[in-house]
Write a protein that binds this ligand. Sequence first.
Ligand code: SAM
Length: 487
Amino acid sequence: MNFYRDATYVLEFVEKTEAQGRVAGSLQTLVLNSCKKFNLKTNPKHIYAAVHSCWLYREFLDKILQRSKILKEIPKKKGEPAFNKTTIKLLVHDLLFSKSKRIQMGKHPIKEFVLKHKTRLNSEVVRLKLKLKVTDLRQLVNDNSSDITPVRWIRINPIRARNKEKEVLAELEKKFPTKVESWTEIVPGTIYHDEYIPNLFGVHPGDKVTSHELYKTGKIIIQDRASCFPAHILNAQKTDVVIDACAAPGNKTTHVAAHIFQNEAPDSVKVHAFEKDPERAKTLRTMIKSAGCSNGIEVHVGDFTKIAKPALFPKVTGFIVDPSCSGSGIFGRQAFDERNRNKEQGAAQKDDETTAHPSEEEHEDIAEKDLKVRLQKLSSFQFEIVRYALSFPSAKKLVYSTCSVHAEENERIVIDLLLDSKVKEAGWRVRKRAGVIPTWPRRGLYTEFEEVFRDEEQAKELAEACIRVSPKEDGGIGFFAVCFERD
Ligand SMILES: C[S@@+](CC[C@H](N)C(=O)[O-])C[C@H]1O[C@@H](n2cnc3c(N)ncnc32)[C@H](O)[C@@H]1O
């Protein structure tokens, strides 16, 4: 019963968040956050599996629950329903749609109540299948199975490994004994040694890593390959002091610290991590602690552009700016993105009575318009935050990155910054390809620079200076990175 009780809290939280409007982040993040919020003891992975499946079947479940009238028959206890409706939904889901088609619970009145309605529930499933002309409702469920990363990337954390990286790798190789030469050859049990980022390894996404002792002790950190690019490009040294302007959950922050402190225990603050969202700042602190960096990283909760006054940070030499973006390059958002789109299309439809039944083309137009508005808002925020960071007196290098595939958030931000008079005056330029993982083949979009910079060579050089990572095709999330520098 504990499992269903905890899953009920989470499903209610997910449904409430979704009902409030646009959902940011993935379902997985939402589940993890609510498990923390409610301090639940059940393994979040098990809760995620149940909630995710319930979410996929939600429209069918709602119809079945309504038509079978089961919710109306919930017995009363002191005038109140004796059973929670969401718990019943979870039980009915397991009975009808789980692999085992069983409710995973011992004897309990709520289980008996649901089982009493089993025949009626099953006949509603049959009715629905006939109506929808399918032999199995699974045929209509988009399980987003293509919405997962092709590789699980793991980096060794030198701050915890303490000069014993080889031993950590040997330990890792006990679990992944077969080395493969390309990430495309990864199958369960194999390991790929990345050619771009030192001490980064790829394994199969189905292989469990989080239960491994190395993970629990912070010696290895799960981090997408592209997400490792910014700290690698920044290449902070012992003498550097770095600000991570948008830090949570903290992958890049601890990677920067790994460059600065390397194999030593941090003994003074060399990284300032800013995070606007107090809840996310809690996760950031947990990540920093687990990576053994608490003494080397100071967390500042608040809007970076408001609380980080340049005069208060005269020694800061480097920046990581990885602001909120459309997230169009990341996985696990498909379910919410689709839902967000549908909601906005529905709202647009209500606003305009002439389009009570928009055609497919009109649907696409609405979606496109919505995306444009979103990208405009995001890009002006992204531009402002980088521009602000570039005003810090001793800053010499800054890596800007997004997990977006849209030029508006990537190349066009670079162009606007290069054209900005303050940025120009301060002597900033874009670091050339030779200093930005030169062997990485996919670079920025030439057409974007060509439109603005008439000089073909300059446009080419700028495009080459940027890094693009194509989602899936390049072994992980979609990404963009560029480095600004000055003397
Ligand atoms: C893309 S995420 C950063 C991911 C992080 N760099 C990592 O690799 O783990 C962007 C973060 O910036 C935070 N953020 C957005 N605007 C901010 C601002 N003005 N000041 C500080 N943090 C901000 C968001 O709350 C979010 O946690």
